[in-house]
Structures are given as C-alpha cells and as structure tokens.
Design a protein around this ligand. Sequence first.
Ligand code: JDH
Length: 236
Amino acid sequence: MRIDVVTIFPGYFDALELSLMGKARDRGLIDLRVHDLRESANDKHRTVDDTPTGGGAGMVMKPEPWAQALDGILADSVGAEPGESDEPLIIFPSPAGEVFTQAMARELASEAHLVFGCGRYEGIDQRVFDEYGERGRVRLVSIGDYVLNGGEVASIAMIEAIGRLLPGVVGNPDSLVEESHEDGLLEYPSYTKPAEWRGRRVPDVLLSGNHAAINAWRHEQSLERTRRVRPDLLDD
Ligand SMILES: CN1CCN(Cc2ccc(Cn3ccc4ccc(-c5n[nH]c(N)c5C#N)cc43)cc2)CC1
C-alpha cells in the first residue's frame, strides 16, 4: 500500500519509522511518502493560511497550496492491482468527519493508495473538499468526539490501525482476530507469568489446559466487559 501524507509538520510522522510500521516500510509492505505543504506554497513566505472570509477567529488553510500538493500526488499515482480501487482515496481528518472504526480500518486496508490531508489552524477551505470530492474519492474522518489541533495525530492513528491489518505486517495474524472491536466486543483480560503476583493469582481456568473452557471463559469475559464499559456495542 502506498500512503501519502500532506502536512505542515512532517516531523510528526517520524513516529511511523518506529516499531511495526517502520519494519513494514523497510520490507516494502507500506510505501509512506510525507509531503511538506509549505513546499507547495509559491509565495516568498510560503503562506498556507489566511483569515476566514466572513470573519471569525483563527485562520483557514488556503486552497492553492493544497491543490498543488494533491495534484502532484494524484498525477504520480499508478494503477492499482486487480481487485484494488483505482483512484487514490483522499482522507481529510476532521472533527466534522465520520467516526473512524475498526470496520473502516478493515475497509481501507484494501485500498492500493491512500492520501491523508492534514489540516491545521481552523481547518481547510471547503472548496478543496468540493474540488477533490467531485474529481475523485474524498472522506472526512474523525477519530473521536474531542478537538485536536490538527490532522497529524489522527492520521498517524488511522495509518497504524490500517497498516497493522495489511498481510505480513503483524507477525501472527491470529492476534488480529481476538482484539477489541474485531468481533464487535471488547477484548478479554490477558495474563502472563508469574501465576501469582502480589497475592493476585491468574484465573485457574487459564492454568487448566482445558482450551474449550478457556475459550468459553474468555468469551464470557469479553461479553461482561462490553456490557459494563460499552453497552452501545451490543445494540442491534
Ligand atoms: C469556524 N469554526 C472553525 C472550526 N472550529 C472547530 C475546529 C476545527 C479544527 C480544529 C483544529 N484542526 C484543524 C485541522 C484538523 C483536523 C482534525 C482535527 C480533529 N480534532 N478532533 C478530531 N477527532 C480530529 C480528527 N480527525 C482537528 C483539526 C480546531 C477547531 C469551530 C469554528
């Protein structure tokens, strides 16, 4: 999968050189390209923002630098493999977006080419979304009901959630199956050695070697935790 990121803070994405994402890049499973939006601003001061038309607080990101950056990426995008979507999907993190979920991560993991447009200030001129929404596929996506200062942290979260689902990225694919939200439930509690720690014992069933009983206990624990913490996940 090719992933392009457009941002005025490229340094945020150094985090994706670490751990599993870094290994996936080294192995060619993810082709991550980070673009500094200011390099697409042609004035002397590399201006990317201006005051909101109609008044209001803060600044809004100008459309021209975004168009130069996105046009360059789309022009450079190659055809997809059979079964993959042709056009790159442009994702703009936004507090006004559809909420990112594990199901969306799974859906986006089948894309050949994703582009993340990281806004800052009070957001991006609406005409950028209109222009690229008419020309191709655009989704505004939120990682949760709270306000961040820009789209970078959200993009890193989504890239990690999507990237870890790609074949070969996570060592043992079985570990992707029993995770929170993968089966619609929260994950069961996990334990390791020692069997007793500060007087707290690991549940006996986990030491029994009875895998049917262990699986039943784990499913019940997932259900109980989901009922207690996220009853909304159990609504039909
Ligand atoms: C006139 N209006 C103008 C907008 N403000 C609201 C507002 C809009 C954006 C920002 C900062 N910001 C800029 C780009 C950007 C991208 C994503 C996110 C983001 N936050 N939370 C998530 N889950 C996010 C995600 N994903 C935040 C971003 C701050 C305040 C109201 C008044």
